[in-house]
Design a protein around this ligand. Structure first.
Ligand SMILES: [Zn+2]
Length: 314
């Protein structure tokens, strides 16, 4: 939990990279809320962590900054643990509720990006401009498009706290997925960074990594990174493919056969669309080999006996 200077009604549960951080709010003596719930494989652990942080309070609300699999994968387990849809309301970004309640995995990007989630149902939508009471304080919702078109950030104006999701990390930001398939994202990302600049947060609670105070330095790094990606969109697409591969490896605790990893890569719709956009005349196997070599050479993955492992796997 971090840091001790946070208001006492907020608990930040910093998680590993496969699961986004969870921010637990003690709303009053009896109820709590949580922002983002991690990846589905970690759902049981998330329920335990949130239960502990909530200190016996009932979890009445789950809020998602966006619906990527590492941010909403614990929604179903938490909702089930706290009495189902009647007693634990899930609030999703505006524009996503219909896709959630029809569990349209294509619209929700899980299937197309080769990831998993457990289905849940949403009770309400949150729009940019809305104010939400969390931990006894008002939080403003701000648009955070770029990484994900529907993404939101939450800002507490009195304490100047920002929950940034994947829009700003201490070192960078989430892949701008729309740009990998020929849809706009760079300009939206720049607008989101400008929004953060204008909010001038004293503390940023990111979706991944520890909370940090030097938002100006993080923004300067993010702008430089965005400028470089925009100048060379192919470089960004390569980065995005490496991130998807790394994320898939993180899920394989005992490694994955090289052939099975390629089968996943070539069979994932979002990857196919990226290849079609950037390398339409290159064999998928060639791009795959290049991405995997890059992960191996930079120490982000390792291989032995025909199996590929995430670098941090035991
Ligand atoms: Zn994300």
């Amino acid at each position: 939990m971090f840091p001790s200077s946070l208001p006492s009604s907020i608990r930040v549960l910093e998680r590993g990279w496969l699961s986004a951080n969870n921010i637990v709010f003690l709303d009053d003596a009896r109820t709590a809320s949580v922002v983002d719930t991690g990846y589905v494989r970690h759902a049981a652990q998330t329920v335990e962590l949130v239960r502990h942080a909530a200190g016996g309070r009932h979890l009445a609300r789950i809020v998602n900054t966006h619906l990527h699999s590492d941010h909403c994968g614990g929604n179903a387990a938490l909702q089930a643990a706290y009495g189902g849809t009647e007693r634990c309301a899930i609030i999703v970004p505006a524009g996503e509720m219909q896709a959630v309640n029809n569990w349209d995995e294509d619209a929700l990007s899980f299937r197309s990006s080769g990831q998993q989630a457990a289905s849940f149902s949403a009770a309400a939508e949150l729009s940019a401009g809305d104010v939400l009471e969390l931990g006894g304080m008002p939080w403003q919702a701000h648009a955070a498009a770029g990484h994900d078109p529907h993404a939101l950030m939450l800002f507490q104006p009195d304490e100047r706290l920002l929950i940034s999701g994947d829009a700003l990390w201490e070192l960078g930001f989430g892949v701008i997925f729309p740009e990998m398939v020929g849809e706009p994202g760079f300009a939206l990302t720049r607008a989101t960074l400008r929004t953060i600049e204008a909010l001038a947060p004293a503390l940023v609670i990111p979706g991944h990594g520890a909370p940090f105070t030097d938002a100006a330095a993080a923004l300067a790094r993010a702008h430089a990174r965005l400028d470089a990606f925009e100048a060379a969109p192919e470089r960004h697409a390569r980065h995005g493919l490496r991130v998807l591969l790394k994320f898939h490896l993180l899920q394989q605790s005992s490694g994955i056969a090289l052939g099975a990893l390629f089968t996943w890569f070539a069979g994932t719709d979002f990857v196919a669309r990226t290849l079609c956009c950037f390398w339409p005349h290159v064999e998928p196997r060639t791009v795959f080999n290049e991405m995997l070599d890059s992960l191996l050479q930079t120490g982000l993955a390792r291989s032995s006996d025909g199996l590929v492992f995430d670098a941090d796997a035991p």
